[in-house]
Design a binder for this molecule. Structure first.
Ligand code: DSN
Length: 422
């Protein structure tokens, strides 16, 4: 397919080739990114992109659904098996839409929702003021404990008792610790709220049984499919059977039209991969790598929010290093190490140039990197941080990183970066 593209659209082919080389020749530490398998890539790039399938299996608006019905049902069944869910909806285009659908399945505009504040590790769609979820709902936000950087469940309970939300949202995009979904379930029950759990970041760890699952406790579980779960970019919802109808109606026709069947096909493949002992080993290695990297960063004098990590993610508070997050992220990018700057809890700096750096180990673990490489990466990060103004050192680290990456091929790797100096 790729060589056909070279013939038909050399400009786009060239850009894909360059992006492939960038993905191969850099250490990708963005905590929400990964590399899909060749099988997932093929399914996602298949002829399923040609098909409209509004509705659900067996109840479609257009004809020609012989195969799409089977594929979507297979995807739903695989989600239910992997996560032990009563109901699955694999149609949301993304995590944001999945979250909105979860809320609309359980609440009406104007109702109170309570989620983790964005600068404390929550997502825009957990009720942050600039998101529609913060505009059409009465949004109350909880925060992490300023001393520990972790959830204080007593404080969350107090806030829930005060505001009596219709929905409590548990889940995060920059929280390096285990989330006690059972406790969130108890809090929600105690105030008569529904619990929505957003496991976008940790879905792969939950699937592997390495993070507590919210499925027994939450009314609706929302996730993306492309982070630790290692599927194509998409979203999905799981729910208790009693909410199935409302969840499905909220997705279609509530928020979306025709589902992206090529994505659903890729999700089905990713779910089959997640249901293997190899995936459990993979997820375990993600956590081992994250812990090893965190330890090494601590040795280098980095200050980590919450003091470490239990999952795939590390949040560095750079204030003691006196380097703005954006500056370090840019210097690291120049050294072929790709991260994102991130707000830290109670950040005195603005969101576009915050005081933190977020890193995650899902993608490097897919390339077969282990604790030794995780420590090496921490050393590279430290070298760049210590020489953040020194272009020559950054260039030297960049060359070392290219060489380092060449020993760890990516699954869909089809171009060797041509600038590796061996
Ligand atoms: N943008 C995603 C992340 O990076 O965490 C969340 O949606």
């Amino acid at each position: 397919m790729i060589s056909a593209l070279e013939q038909y659209d050399p400009q786009i082919y060239e850009l894909i080739k360059q992006e492939s080389a960038r993905q191969s020749g850099s250490i990708r530490l963005i905590a929400s990114e990964n590399y899909v398998s060749k099988a997932v890539m093929l399914a996602t790039g298949s002829c399923l992109t040609n098909k409209y399938a509004e509705g659900y299996p067996g109840k479609r608006y257009y004809e020609g659904q012989k195969n799409t019905d089977l594929i979507e049902t297979l995807a739903q069944d695989r989600v239910k098996k992997v996560f032990g869910a009563e109901h699955a909806n694999v149609q949301p285009y993304s995590g944001s839409i999945a979250n909105m659908a979860a809320y609309l399945a359980l609440a009406k505009p104007g109702d109170t929702i309570m989620g983790l504040s964005l600068p404390h590790g929550g997502h825009l769609t957990h009720g942050w003021k600039v998101s529609l979820t913060g505009k059409i709902f009465n949004s109350v936000q909880y925060e992490v404990d300023p001393a520990t950087g972790m959830f204080d469940y007593n404080k969350i309970e107090e806030l829930a008792k005060k505001h009596k939300p219709r929905i409590i949202i548990s889940g995060a995009t920059a929280y390096p610790r285990q989330i006690d979904f059972e406790k969130f379930g108890e809090i929600a029950k105690s105030v008569g709220a529904f619990l929505v759990s957003d496991i976008a970041h940790i879905a792969g760890l939950v699937a592997a049984g390495l993070h507590q699952s919210p499925v027994p406790y939450a009314d609706v579980v929302s996730t993306t499919t492309h982070k630790t779960l290692r599927g194509p970019r998409g979203g999905m919802l799981m729910s208790k059977a009693e909410h199935a109808k409302n969840v499905d109606k909220a997705v279609f026709p509530g928020l979306q039209g025709g589902p992206h069947m090529h994505t659903i096909t890729g999700i089905a493949v990713a779910l089959a991969e997640a249901d293997t002992p190899e995936f459990v080993n993979y997820a375990g290695q993600i956590i081992k790598n994250s812990k090893a990297m965190a330890e090494k960063l601590l040795e280098h004098g980095f200050d980590l929010v919450s003091g470490g990590t239990d999952n795939h993610l590390i949040l560095i508070d750079l204030r003691n290093k006196n380097i703005p997050g954006k500056k370090l992220a840019k210097a690291l990018n120049a050294a072929n190490i790709v991260t994102n700057c991130n707000s830290i809890p109670n950040d005195p700096a603005p969101p576009f140039n915050p005081s933190g750096l977020r890193i995650g180990t899902a993608a490097v673990t897919t390339r077969g990197m282990k604790e030794e490489q995780a420590c090496q990466i921490a050393d590279y990060i430290n070298e760049v941080a210590e020489n953040v103004e020194n272009e020559a050192v950054i260039e030297k680290v960049g060359q070392q990183v290219l060489l380092f990456c060449s020993s760890f091929p990516v699954p869909e790797h089809f171009i060797v970066p041509n600038n590796v100096k061996k």
